[in-house]
Design a protein around this ligand. Structure first.
Ligand code: G6P
Ligand code: ZN
Length: 541
């Protein structure tokens, strides 16, 4: 073991989900080491502790894992559980942290961002509950990176992570586990595999696009091997360091291959995609795209049909920019419903305190209290379980849902890689306008409220300010504007759009048409196109 003298490196501030930078930034001398040591220092040291380590397999994942192991050993950790090949999906890592009652874990991923030497890398710390570090801890980690003077690391050859079993590094025990086994066993406890298997045996066809990222091995084992879907139902199923050039973000823009298949002549009954680290999901049926906000609402309304949820839900939670479709379900079912800022970490307290069972975000995340991360494969299995029990198609489920609860038309428009100054000025100017907006009528709608969202955590009393600007009209339509906390170049401005439709005659509209009035009002008030000079969004969900 030796102690290396270092100096603070600027900019190691964790964002919405851990520290994310260009891979080459992480590959600079001391960069990863400074951050990992700051994590250990911020949790009261690593001595005697047990951690889970794994990542989504992107470029530098294997190198980073070796550094983390050497640093954990040097810092006196007792035991590290690591996925074979240093691979673990984010939800599987969360599960292992909980299952083994560890002190947390280090997950290497930049989630849905592209991978490769010239693309993105990331790392985050999850606590003993399996969830992403809360803001208090990430603030401490960042503060530590600004004063760090040394880190500890062991000199050692690479540990062989290709073989399952026990090994050691000095006094630290290392257990290499199959990344899929424990996770698949958990899924079997939550869902009725027999019913799904029977549906598939009956001819139900699935296409799961793993986008050359981490969910390939999970989906092949569960969907093909255990549930009996035909070989080849999982496409792009081998995790590659550069995701084969794919941008592993499961939305209609980046998962366009899947969209083409699902909108084509020989569409299977069910399509789904997941992201780089396996926590996101997109659900599609033949010629029907399920918006993530709607997916959360459908899961909330039907979860009791799956065996892990037969007792019903304690409550549901959604991020503020996510549509209120889930709220309508909660209201009808008499369930508590919570609104939180963007970022899965905000759901952790609500789940730990047993206030909610299901959570979801418009950013293609849905999950439950089975782990403390959102979970792409879980969402797919929940959908399959519901389809198997209700014996309806995806489009029938959606239509039935809207008939019962009304339809919250929803879309998100992303303007990517905007100059940071332009984006900040837009938000600052909009914030200044807020007090004058209520009462104004814009494009035929009157503004009811306009504010900059502040969250008061009902469990620990913490307060998070500036979580997105919302302009709400008196017919419950609204738009929200916030800057992404996960990008790595320039600023990404997100415009979230929603309107409520209760007339069944209007349930089959194109969301962009249904939302045209709100889109126009947002432009009139915020001037995104005018100020950025863009013709339209880069990504539309
Ligand atoms: C990650 C987080 C999510 C969040 C999403 C979008 O996936 O885990 O909780 O909703 O990023 O965040 P952003 O700040 O880019 O809108
Ligand atoms: Zn992800």
């Amino acid at each position: 073991m030796h102690t290396v003298t270092t100096r603070p490196i600027e900019g190691q501030k964790p964002g919405t989900s851990g520290l994310r930078k260009k891979t080459r930034v992480f590959m600079q001398p001391h960069y990863l080491e400074n951050f990992v040591q700051s994590v250990f220092d911020s949790i009261g040291g690593a001595a005697g502790k047990t951690f889970v380590v794994g990542g989504d397999g992107r470029f530098f994942n294997d190198r980073a894992a070796q550094v983390i192991l050497r640093m954990a050993a040097a810092n006196g950790a007792a035991h590290v559980i690591v996925g074979q090949g240093a691979l673990l999906s984010t939800p599987a890592a969360s599960h292992l942290i909980r299952l083994n009652k560890t002190d947390g874990g280090l997950i290497m991923s930049a989630s849905h961002n592209p991978g490769g030497e010239d693309e993105d890398f990331g790392i985050k710390f999850n606590g003993p509950n399996g969830g992403p570090a809360a803001e208090g801890l990430t603030d401490r980690i960042f503060a530590r990176t600004k004063e760090i003077a040394e880190y500890k690391i062991t000199d050692a050859q690479d540990i062989d992570l290709s073989r399952i079993g026990e090994t050691a590094l000095g006094d630290m025990k290392i257990t290499v586990v199959d990344p899929v086994t424990d996770y698949a066993a958990l899924m079997e406890t939550l869902f009725d595999f027999d019913k799904i298997r029977a549906m598939i045996a009956d001819g139900f066809r699935i296409r799961f696009d793993a986008m050359n990222a981490i969910t390939g091995p999970y989906a092949i084992e569960i969907i093909e091997n255990r549930l009996g879907a035909a070989e080849g139902s999982v496409v792009h199923g081998t995790p590659l360091p550069d995701f084969g050039g794919m941008h592993p973000d499961p939305n209609p823009t980046w998962a366009h291959e899947l969209m083409d298949t699902m909108n084509g002549p020989d569409a299977p009954d069910f399509g789904a995609a997941s992201d780089g680290d396996g926590d996101r999901n997109m659900i599609v049926g033949p010629n029907v795209y399920v918006s993530p906000s709607d997916s959360l609402a459908v899961l909330a309304a039907n979860a009791h049909l799956a065996k892990g949820y037969t007792e019903g839900l304690a409550g549901v939670a959604r991020s503020m920019p996510t549509s209120a479709a889930a709220d309508r379900v909660a209201q009808k079912m008499g369930l508590p419903c919570y609104e939180t800022p963007t970022g899965w970490k905000f759901f952790g307290n609500l789940m730990d305190d047993n206030r909610v069972t299901l959570c979801g975000e418009e950013s293609f995340g849905t999950g439950s209290n089975h782990v403390r991360e959102k979970d792409g494969v879980w969402a797919v299995l929940m959908w399959l379980n519901i389809l198997a029990v209700r014996k309806m198609s995806v489009v029938e489920i959606m239509q039935d849902h809207w008939q019962t609860y009304g339809r919250n038309y929803y879309s998100r428009h992303d303007y990517e890689a905007i100059e940071t100054d332009t984006a900040n000025a837009l938000v600052t100017d909009l914030r200044a306008k807020l007090p004058d907006l209520p009462g104004q009528t814009i494009q035929g709608r009157t503004i009811a409220t306009a504010d900059d969202y502040t969250y008061h955590d009902p469990v620990d009393g913490s307060v998070s300010e500036h979580q997105g600007i919302r302009v709400i009209f008196d017919d419950a339509a609204r738009f929200v504007i916030r800057l992404s906390g996960t990008g790595t170049s320039g600023a990404t401005l997100r415009l979230y759009l929603e309107s409520l439709e209760l007339d069944p005659a209007n349930f089959d509209r194109d969301p962009q048409d249904a939302l045209a009035g709100i889109i126009g009002a947002a432009e009139e008030i915020a001037g995104i196109k005018a100020r950025t000079g863009r013709d339209g969004p880069d990504v539309t969900t």
